[in-house]
Design a protein around this ligand. Structure first.
Ligand code: 5GP
Length: 192
């Protein structure tokens, strides 16, 4: 997506440790006009899929998923990072290792909001090693729901999450794929 690539080039800041900062339009301040274009693009890409819900993970996925969901006219469910293990069986749960915070979270979704009737589109801001998406897929599988695909805004193609998921036969659609980035020069190279 040309508009997105231009924005990443203009405002993205490459940090050490393979981290791209896009706080000015995606992860802190949010450019709603751009998010609407992203929503339209995901709707175009997944127009052949009968999606009933969009699933993401708190916190940064929520705003993005909420805007994307307007174009699909479906609810958003966000997986919550939980402090306490739920023992009453009312939630689906899994563990996710955070790329940015380097810690493992218990993540839950209430059984009320995911069911075997659902056809799910996962939406997230970044795809790196794929731990977040793996965890969301665990929750979908626990619910017996169908995964229609994964919509990612920025995939770091030099990390192996995207490759691994596609090798499993999962439809992963990323609006921008970065092949390399350099924290000394700030250069970002996209895959086309
Ligand atoms: P993964 O689980 O695929 O390793 O990492 C994806 C998650 O980590 C995303 O939900 C995102 O919040 C965060 N993340 C991974 N890489 C980056 C990055 O380069 N920049 C930012 N801002 N977040 C990232």
């Amino acid at each position: 997506m040309e508009l997105l690539e231009q924005r990443i080039k203009k405002d993205g800041i490459v940090k050490a440790g393979n981290v791209l900062k896009v706080d000015s339009f995606l992860n802190h301040q949010i450019d709603i006009k751009l998010m609407n274009e992203i929503g339209k693009e995901f709707k175009r890409i997944f127009s052949g899929s009968q999606i009933t819900k969009i699933l993401t993970i708190e916190a940064s996925g929520i705003a993005i998923a909420a805007i994307v969901a307007q174009y699909f006219d479906v609810p958003v469910v966000f997986a919550k990072k939980s402090r306490s293990i739920n023992l009453d069986g009312s939630v689906y749960s899994t563990k996710i290792e955070s790329f940015t915070h380097k810690r493992v979270y218990d993540v839950i979704v209430s059984k009320k909001y995911l069911s075997a009737d659902d056809r799910i589109l996962i939406v997230d801001d970044f795809l790196a090693n794929g731990c977040a998406v793996d965890g969301l897929i665990d929750l979908i599988e626990e619910a017996g729901a169908v995964l229609e695909g994964v919509g990612i805004i920025i995939e770091k193609g030099f990390q192996d999450g995207g490759k691994r998921l596609r090798e499993r036969g999962i439809r992963v659609e990323s609006l921008a794929i970065i092949d390399s980035m350099n924290d000394e020069t700030g250069e970002i190279v996209f895959r086309h």
